[in-house]
Design a protein around this ligand. Structure first.
Ligand code: KG4
Ligand code: ZN
Length: 357
């Protein structure tokens, strides 16, 4: 990390704690997400540019292509967001950018644009943990969520159960010991010949599947603990597929059996974690939280354990700038980066975060 002196332009005395208006920049993977969150008006604008088409022919994200595209798209998307929100750049009081975890080059492009813009405007800037953004996304438009709660983070890189005690204080209760659930969805999709990203495609195909054609395992549910394993389930799907005639109906049946097993496993572990922690709110976030079967299955916890289950609205499930602007708003109320130096982290456990000072 390059260490530079405190920013001489940053006049924190002028930074009003009231009436905050935060620009959020998300560039950790294959989506450029920009948003403005205002203390009084809530989310004023948000735009997403997805690189899905760029990476589709490779069947997954190509990091160098992702970084270059963020460099091209971030500034125009900031301008577009400000225009559609009907606000001037000068009305922004702070900037939040994703600093990790994610693809290094992609993170650096958003971080350097965010920090430079903040410096030029003379306003504070704060680095945001991508998974904290996901975890808080349901709060953007649901006022009924309050700490402490149990969080289930399910994305392309994470499958985690977290006890969220307060902002910045997160206890890891369990996680996948191998593939993340989103990764298993994506790999199963690829094997079935479905395009990237595979999760929504598997879910769509599963609608045509005949229930109970195959019985897939529910990994690691027969032993105590809150960890997950998804690599075996993916292999089970591949082996099952190879033993079929590979018809469209076979594919749909496998998609359904995989999705049912993957989600049932989450359900079993969530129930266990709720009983263990005695928490009565469950917040589900990350790309896989868009899955309809997951929502239906976890919804039954309301009746079974009187647990209120919360999700982000569908547009904030996958990567977006709104969750970064909102998390930035919560953090910038208390803290800001005064130094001109910054770093990004490809790997960054959520448990390393601290509550804002
Ligand atoms: O949170 P996200 O946008 O990016 C990461 O931080 O990883 O999550 C992307 C993951 C991908 O694996 C994608 O296939 C999965 O979320 N996903 C879904 C659905 N929508 C997105 N998986 C299952 N069902 C869905 N409807
Ligand atoms: Zn994400």
């Amino acid at each position: 990390m390059l260490t530079l002196p405190t920013d001489p332009k940053l006049n924190l005395g002028n930074f009003k704690v009231k009436d905050m208006r935060i620009l959020g920049i998300e560039t950790s993977c294959d989506e450029t997400g920009i948003a403005v969150y205002d203390e009084l008006h809530g989310l004023m604008g948000h735009e997403i540019y997805s690189q899905i088409e760029l990476h589709r022919e490779y069947g997954g994200v190509v990091p160098e292509l992702a970084s270059r595209d963020h460099v091209h798209k971030t500034l125009p998307l900031i301008n577009k967001t400000l225009v559609s929100a009907g606000i001037e750049k000068s009305s922004i009081t702070g900037i939040a950018y994703t600093a990790g975890p994610g693809l290094m080059g992609a993170l650096l492009s958003g971080a350097s644009i965010g920090r430079s813009l903040a410096w030029s405007l003379g306003i504070p800037c704060t680095p945001i943990h991508h998974m904290e953004g996901h975890l808080l996304a349901p709060m953007i438009d649901d006022e009924n969520i309050s700490f402490p709660f149990l969080a289930l983070l399910v994305s392309g890189g994470h499958t985690q159960l977290i006890a969220a005690h307060k902002l910045g204080e997160y206890e890891l209760l369990g996680e996948s010991i191998d593939d993340a659930i989103g990764e298993a969805f994506d790999k199963t999709a690829k094997m079935l010949g479905l395009p990237y990203p595979g999760g929504p495609e598997v879910a769509k195909l599963a609608e045509q599947g005949i229930a109970n054609t195959y019985k897939f395992p529910r990994p690691m549910t027969d032993r105590p603990g809150l960890d997950f394993s998804y690599s075996g389930l993916k292999t089970f799907a591949i082996n099952t597929f190879n033993a079929t005639e590979k018809s469209e109906q076979d594919k749909a049946n496998i998609a359904l059996a995989f999705q049912t097993a993957a989600v049932d496993t989450l359900f079993i572990k969530c129930k266990r974690a709720l009983k263990q922690t005695k928490l009565n709110q469950l917040v589900v976030a990350g790309g896989v939280s868009a899955n309809q079967y997951l929502r239906e299955k976890l919804g039954t916890l309301k009746q079974e354990l009187s647990t209120n289950v919360h999700y982000p609205s569908k547009e904030y499930c996958t990567d977006n700038g709104a969750m970064i602007a909102y998390t930035g708003y919560l953090r910038l109320k208390h803290e800001h980066q005064q130094s001109l130096s910054f770093s990004t982290k490809a790997r960054w456990p959520l448990t390393e975060l601290h509550p804002p000072m």
